[in-house]
Ligand binder design. Structure first.
Ligand SMILES: Nc1ncnc2c1ncn2[C@@H]1O[C@H](COP(=O)(O)OP(=O)(O)OP(=O)(O)O)[C@@H](O)[C@H]1O
Ligand SMILES: O=P(O)(O)OC[C@H]1O[C@H](OP(=O)(O)OP(=O)(O)O)[C@H](O)[C@@H]1O
Length: 211
């Protein structure tokens, strides 16, 4: 049988995705969360799991280095790629939000300095509201930016809200809900149709058990 290459990022999404695959009968018995290994085969040797950085997952899939990927919708919105987005996996749930100090009325402002890991998405969001932005692209600890007057507000992921709370910030606006998606390389979908369809049916079944 043909092998499918599946790309995902280590960390929170991988742990949930591997449990979901287990429910679908796709077992990665060799997988260890703490391992530094980057490639794992499933027990049936039909899926090759490769670990890449989250923002690189769509690139691997677009270029065909992976047939399938599991990736947060946030990453797809920030940097859309030419791939099929076939399924909402319902894991990695969080919200993309505008956050800042509770007393800031941002709606009245005509120009804002915004810090974010998602500069394209954030710029478009404020543009649609007629607010001009100076975007500051950060790669982590985004909540720090308003605290040290680097930005008026941030656009970032909020899950429990603990990071905002501990830093004296609040959600000012919710942009969109986010969850992990299954994306597929277009040529792979045409050439490995049966394999990929079988994988998707397994995952759908796994989702029913998982949820
Ligand atoms: N706190 C969170 N709760 C739930 N899902 C989250 C949370 N933070 C991020 N995510 C989702 O999980 C995906 C991967 O997040 P993760 O933190 O593992 O990646 P990253 O921060 O880009 O990676 P790295 O830690 O390597 O910089 C995000 O793109 C988003 O869809
Ligand atoms: O609402 P919460 O449950 O607190 O989760 C939100 C936090 O999780 C993510 O950060 P991550 O852990 O990826 O760290 P980072 O600062 O390196 O991006 C996100 O960027 C927020 O900072």
């Amino acid at each position: 049988m043909e092998m499918i290459t599946l790309a995902m990022a280590k960390g929170r999404i991988a742990n949930e995705a591997i449990s979901l695959l287990e429910n679908a009968g796709i077992l990665f018995s060799d997988f260890e969360d703490k391992s530094r290994k980057l490639i794992f085969l499933d027990d049936n040797r039909s899926i090759k799991l490769i670990f890449v950085k989250a923002v690189d997952v769509p690139t691997y899939v677009e270029l065909g280095a992976a047939d399938i990927g599991v990736i947060g919708k946030d990453i797809m919105l920030e940097d859309p790629k030419d791939v099929y987005e076939l399924m909402d996996l319902g894991i990695g749930k969080c919200k993309l939000s505008v956050a800042g100090f509770p007393d800031k009325n941002l709606i009245d402002r005509s120009q804002l300095t915004v810090a974010s890991k998602y500069p394209n998405l954030a710029k478009e969001y404020f543009n649609q509201k007629g607010i001009r932005t100076k975007m500051i692209k950060l790669n982590g600890s985004v909540e720090l930016a308003p605290l040290i007057s680097l930005a008026d507000c941030i656009v970032d992921i909020v899950e429990t809200g603990a990071t905002l709370k501990e830093n004296g910030l609040v959600v000012l606006e919710t942009i969109t809900a986010v969850s992990a998606r299954l994306i597929v390389n277009k040529a792979s979908f045409a050439m490995k149709t049966e394999c990929i369809q079988n994988f998707i049916s397994d995952v759908k079944r796994g989702l029913e058990v998982y949820s």
